[in-house]
Ligand binder design. Structure first.
Ligand SMILES: [Fe+2]
Ligand SMILES: [Fe+2]
Length: 221
């Protein structure tokens, strides 16, 4: 059996992992790692996979990996990518194509910033999709004071628009952000996002594309 994202989204086991992750991450005061983030990463992974010419099967693997990549956070933040891969395997190992499952697990465990592994085009697509998701809507608002205190909240909250564009003729992948400089400044953005942008650049290079970053209509990379 070939797994499809539309079926996985209805699976109560996967949904309970995501619900638990939501509760855990909210209790830690982290930015959103729930369905909003997962929908964006799943969609972007699939769009990137299609744009770089991957097969329909591989596009589905990219979409599924994107949607499930953070669901292991409730078992521990530092190893959450391995937990997510293990949980995925436990759910489907006896009922789906083992090759498809292996490739999904591999993509999931490859996405973590401290343990990044660009092993194929699917992992490269997932890494760009995940690391490019910075937006005001990721901030879980408890009060205004918290947003100003925490640099991750502040920078995410400052980003009011986020577009990822793939140009197959120019071979560019461009992340365009609108940053509200009343909330934070561009230096704050770079102090926490340089690492993520480097990962996007490496993943784009693997796909044989250039990665560009535009902030407030100015090309910065
Ligand atoms: Fe993650
Ligand atoms: Fe993520």
């Amino acid at each position: 059996m070939e797994l499809k994202l539309k079926d996985i989204k209805k699976d109560p086991r996967i949904n309970s992992f995501i619900d638990q992750t939501d509760k855990y991450m909210h209790s830690l005061g982290y930015t959103d790692h729930g369905r909003r983030h997962l929908d964006i990463v799943g969609d972007r992974s699939k769009i990137l996979a299609k744009a770089v010419g991957l097969s329909a099967k591989d596009q589905e693997i990219a979409a599924i990996s994107g949607w499930c990549h953070d669901m292991g956070n409730f078992l521990g933040r530092t190893q959450h990518h391995y937990w997510a891969g293990m949980l995925f395997s436990q759910c489907y190992i006896n009922q789906a194509d083992p090759v498809q499952i292996s490739r999904i697990i591999q993509a999931i465990v490859s996405h973590d910033k401290d343990d990044l592994k660009i092993v194929d085009k699917i992992t490269a697509c997932l890494i760009i999709a995940d690391k490019s998701d910075v937006h005001r809507n990721r901030v879980v608002i408890k009060n205004n004071k918290k947003i100003k205190e925490d640099i991750h909240d502040r920078v995410n909250y400052a980003v009011t628009a986020n577009h990822l564009n793939i140009n197959n003729k120019k071979k560019t992948i461009t992340l365009s952000l609108t940053l509200d400089t009343k909330v934070t400044n561009i230096m704050d953005y770079f102090s926490i996002f340089v690492e993520r942008m480097n990962y996007c650049q490496k993943a784009a290079e693997y796909l044989k594309y250039d990665f560009n970053l535009n902030i407030n209509h100015t090309k910065l990379a």
